[in-house]
Design a protein around this ligand. Sequence first.
Ligand code: ATP
Ligand code: MG
Length: 397
Amino acid sequence: MDIPEVILCKFGEVVLKGANRQNFESALVKELRRRASPYGAFKIYFKQSTVYVEPQDELCDMDGMYEAAKKVFGIVGVNRAAVCKKDMEDIKRVVRDYLPQKLLGARTFKVDAKRSDKKFPLKSPEISSEIGGVILSSVRGIKVDVHNPDVTVTVEIRDDNAYIRAGQEKGAGGLPIRSAGRGLLLLSGGIDSPVAGCMMAKRGLEIEALHFESFPYTSERAREKVMTLAEEMCEFLGRIHVHVISLTHIQEELRDKCEEDYFTILLRIFMMRLAERCAGEYKCYALITGESLGQVASQTLAAIRVTDSVVDMPVFRPCIGLDKDEIIKEARHYGTFDTAILPYEDCCTVFTPRHPKTQPKLEEVMRELSKVDAEQLIDEAYATMTTETKLVYPEYR
Ligand code: ATP
Ligand code: MG
């Protein structure tokens, strides 16, 4: 007989959130339900600090669902567990049939018994020692090591059933997506900004993205690359709306009318102003960029002071204190690295000055800015905005 399995998702910080706890729990359950849609009919509910993901028939794709659950923020541990009756004989039967396969390759193990049903006749140490004995007699060559085992076998006696599992995999961590409001990510085609978006999504923000292009100076392929990055981010974010605004006219005006050295910082001012407008329209209460202190001319402290001073909302820069190799590690983790390094142009690399100002002074920058009709240019550029929606899979809503 096949042994029924479930996926158990353990909460992380969510458990700590006092009065808000229910909102976090329901955000998490909702997200897991959305994620489950391509993998079959699952019953998903919350109980005793755990989200249960139960397949309703044999058609359910447990492997697919398991992988998807590992990418849901707010969950610290994911594991597949065998379900059995709260009865020692049934538990032993399942241990004998279910565990040998799961312990293949392991040299040592320990048993960790957890008994949230205090009426269960055996105490936790007694359960551990009995089950340890069953494992020793059914898995050839394996030994007990209580300090540093290759695998920990967990037997949980809960209100409804007993659950048996070997090991636990890490979940995505953080807080449930969309539990902390919405932020607008300035998404370029580079390595840093997709990472910044994922990092803030991990803290519970719903991410909306804004990309600037400069057609024909930037190509259709550069835009496609950004759309691919957005799709890749959907593995963790579920859904992203990507807004695209053309900066072509702004960049030509700056080239024709302003001093070349100020070009980069002026362009960033326009980006921030346009982003702020977009954020207002789409109810985003923070901007997010992939900036890292000192990485390039526009990311010195002086430059950041200038760009911050032109907007009236928080700007989150989660990569600010990371080195490039640390950002790359995150980019690999979130699956955006390989696309990010494809060599397409970005609007920031169009008309790049030979000597960009690294220590811009606000008055001088504003003097240069006054050489163009900034408000008119912003209105015009904003009117070019188009929007595409990316989803992790078509059924996701
Ligand atoms: P990234 O790797 O994210 O492109 P970067 O190191 O290349 O960053 P910059 O080009 O100076 O740095 O850009 C800094 C930040 O400004 C980016 O992380 C991103 O948030 C935003 N940005 C840059 N170019 C664009 C663009 N074309 N569209 C939207 N946002 C952009
Ligand atoms: Mg860039």
